[in-house]
Ligand binder design. Structure first.
Ligand code: MN
Length: 436
């Protein structure tokens, strides 16, 4: 179902929307889903170039019928949860109808009344997140972090059997652009006897992808690996902001808590599973000697096409850089193929004990680091826990994030013979701690 490539992916397909055909992220081959407002109530929209197609207006226009109309009606409210609950087929029907309407010059007069300049709109979280779970499937990140604690044995033995994850906090998931107020927490220096409460001194980012769940499963039922991809509505970028000093003190014995739940930022658009079909690629083979996944996590089709050819980048600008008119500096360049488990395996494992997933649930992949240093997905790795600071173009040093820093994630799906598509920014600026 998620593998269908049709006329909506044709690289020769063009739109009458000015600038859309040359747009780096949102050409007509993308058509990502989000929630926007422009004075009126928040409602569903589709990004096309520098414009947003208003799905509530489109649903009223009389231009849609059948399951495409059903999907647009479901996307007319303040969250996309009702649309996500419909599953892939209505979403695909809407994609095909919108692709035609935005391409056919004969439709321009009518449809252009449903299109708004994105610059005049506010973007919101695309769905109400009932539950947020963060995985740990970036094997190079897991190895790098493990080395800090266990130089000879960085990966624990469960890693190659279990897609490791923890339950995160849904209430503090926000859309790109939300400022990050430096959190306070308990910090304990290694040589100190007792902790102090202070603003974190080791504020970090984590380069991740977010997985939006479409249709879920009933409590007590599982999601077989062969159909797991149909439960994924689409992907976003995700920054799992982390306070390493709080984390180091609090994580034992139950894992991440206040070090990570002060804010999680996602890019505004759900790049749909349908749009990503051309960018599916084989899951990289496991290194010689690694165990095969247990049968419930192993599916030939998933192994053949369950990874995604998406390049990922992190960039930073300090307050001084922006004041001097300097462009952001790239910190890292990685790819979504550096995941030890596929997204389908994450979904299947999550439901494998009968835990129910619901439309709008959000899964983080975990930090996706490339093998080499220029592709590490956190400052913890890039600066070797602060020991080797990065020098910015202003001469400023960065071990961890400072107040005024603006951190941006970007992603780009690329495949030979197809128009590449992007995700929109996942950005946030660090503000000073406000209270004690
Ligand atoms: Mn994480």
């Amino acid at each position: 179902m998620n593998h269908i490539i049709d006329e909506t992916h044709d690289p020769a397909h063009t739109s009458w929307v000015p600038g859309a055909d040359d747009h780096a992220e949102f050409p007509i081959q993308n058509l990502p889903l989000g929630i926007f407002s422009n004075g009126a109530d928040p409602r569903g929209g589709i990004a096309i170039g520098d414009q947003i197609l208003d799905l509530a207006a489109l649903a009223q226009s009389g231009l849609l019928e059948g399951s495409a109309l059903e999907a647009a009606v479901a996307a007319s409210g303040p969250t996309l949860n009702p649309l996500l609950a419909l599953g892939p087929e209505p979403r695909r029907a809407l994609r095909r109808a919108v692709s035609t309407l935005l391409s056919d010059p004969g439709e321009q007069d009518v449809v252009s009344h449903c299109v708004h300049p994105a610059a005049a709109c506010t973007l919101h979280l695309p769905a109400t997140v009932g539950d947020y779970t963060d995985f740990y499937v970036g094997i190079h990140h897991a190895t790098n972090v493990g080395k800090v604690f266990r130089p000879d044995n960085p990966l624990l033995p469960n890693y190659k059997y279990v897609p490791i994850g923890y339950h995160g906090r849904a209430s503090s998931v926000r859309v790109s652009g939300t400022p990050l107020v430096r959190p306070l927490g308990q910090l304990k220096a290694p040589d100190a006897e007792t902790p102090v409460r202070a603003p974190t001194r080791r504020l970090d980012f984590e380069l991740e992808m977010g997985v939006w769940i479409g249709t879920g499963n009933a409590l007590g039922e599982t999601i077989p690996i062969a159909g797991a991809a149909d439960h994924v509505a689409g992907l976003s970028l995700l920054n799992d902001w982390s306070a390493r000093d709080i984390q180091a003190w609090e994580y034992q014995p139950l894992g991440p808590f206040l070090a990570k739940n002060f804010l999680t930022t996602v890019s505004p658009w759900i790049v749909t599973a349908e749009a990503l079909a051309p960018f599916r690629t084989a899951q990289p083979g496991r290194p010689e000697g690694d165990p095969a996944p247990l049968p419930y996590l192993l599916d030939a089709d998933d192994q053949a096409s369950g990874a995604f050819a998406i390049t990922l980048e992190v960039s930073l600008s300090s307050e001084a850089m922006r004041a001097a008119g300097m462009a952001p500096v790239r910190l890292s360049r990685s790819a979504a193929t550096h995941m030890y488990w596929t997204i389908a395996q994450m979904v299947t494992h999550h439901a494998s004990n009968g835990c129910d997933l619901r439309p709008g649930d959000l899964l983080g992949t975990g930090t996706i680091s490339a093998p080499a240093r220029d592709g590490f997905g956190s400052l913890l790795e890039l600066t070797r826990a602060g020991a080797e600071p990065i020098t910015l173009p202003t001469g400023e040093l960065r071990s961890f994030l400072e107040d005024g820093d603006e951190l941006t994630l970007a992603g780009r799906a690329e495949a030979t013979g197809y128009r590449s598509i992007g995700f929109g920014p996942c950005t946030g600026v660090v503000l000073p701690a406000t209270s004690a």
